[in-house]
Design a protein around this ligand. Structure first.
Ligand SMILES: C[S@@+](CC[C@H](N)C(=O)[O-])C[C@H]1O[C@@H](n2cnc3c(N)ncnc32)[C@H](O)[C@@H]1O
Length: 267
């Protein structure tokens, strides 16, 4: 199992701590391009800066990776599209500017968001698309699973950019994306229709449905039973059971994490 864009490796840590029935067959690999994150990977996993070379057998999981991959921004002008670029302002700070898009890109933008009005913006997420194509090409047998804030290009065109291109600093919303580069994360909601250029996913559902299809309700029922039996003891087992129930509620909350999109491509 490969966790791509693993950050500090929390997901694999939790998978291993859960002691799944398939544990003996798992060869967990945490991939992150940031050395600071790799330094925090647990010793029980292989830590790497890039996806291992293929052919691979297994699952490549990308949880909140593709929203983090750089994209280009385009804005609908009266007759065509222009690219949103960054320049140096007179006072040395970064400022936004626009430049012409080449005819091929203009055509692509028009095809992705045909109803866009002047001033509407869209991201072109070619690097996310390239990551998916690369991940799939390394698989001999298995699947690529992408979990992210997913939407579509026409939906993004219909919303203001500051809603879907967000910044975070210390787990709180940050300021403008050009402020103090390198001090905040920049994230862009994933246009899943652009990933279809590689291949339409074999499965596409929200996180709540994905987790339920993989047995979340049974795990919650077991948690409730253990909590009911052991609440009066208040021991570690009882507390673990209670947090399983509350964490599951957060993960399937359709107004929050439950609305995340899960896309799966099989090979
Ligand atoms: C938003 S974090 C997600 C971390 C983790 N998956 C989670 O859900 O908590 C994205 C991570 O992807 C890493 N990253 C970004 N681009 C990457 C790439 N092309 N290959 C590997 N890691 C990448 C970043 O360094 C960062 O740690």
């Amino acid at each position: 199992m490969i966790d791509a864009g693993a950050g500090p490796g929390s997901l694999l840590r939790s998978v291993l701590a859960a002691g799944p029935a398939c544990a003996a067959a798992l060869r967990p690999v945490a991939v992150d391009r940031a050395a600071g994150q790799r330094a925090r990977h647990p010793d029980t996993v292989v830590s790497a800066s890039e996806l291992p070379p293929g052919p691979l057998v297994g699952v490549i999981l990308a949880n909140e990776l593709l929203d983090n991959v750089p994209c280009r921004l385009f804005q609908r002008a009266t007759d065509d599209w222009v690219e949103v670029l960054v320049d140096l302002g007179a006072d040395g700070t970064l400022v936004e500017t626009t430049g012409p898009a080449d005819p091929e890109t203009t055509e692509r933008c028009g095809a992705l968001a045909p109803a866009a009005s002047p001033g509407d913006r869209i991201p072109l997420q070619d690097r996310a698309v390239a990551w998916l194509a690369d991940a799939l090409s390394r698989l001999d047998h298995g699947r690529v699973v992408v979990v992210d804030y997913g939407t579509t290009t026409p939906a993004l065109a219909g919303r203001p950019q500051q809603e879907w291109l967000r910044t975070y600093r210390d787990h709180r919303r940050g300021s403008g994306p050009l402020d103090r580069p390198g001090t905040q994360d920049i994230t862009v909601e994933l246009a899943v229709d652009q990933l279809h250029q590689v291949r339409v996913p074999d499965e596409h559902r929200d996180q709540a449905r994905f987790l339920r299809a993989h047995g979340l309700d049974d795990l919650v029922a077991e948690g409730r039973r253990v909590w009911a039996e052991r609440a009066h003891l208040g021991d570690l087992e009882a507390l673990r059971a209670r947090s399983r129930v509350s964490e599951a509620e957060a993960l399937v909350d359709e107004t929050g994490l439950g609305a995340f999109q899960v896309l799966e491509w099989r090979r």
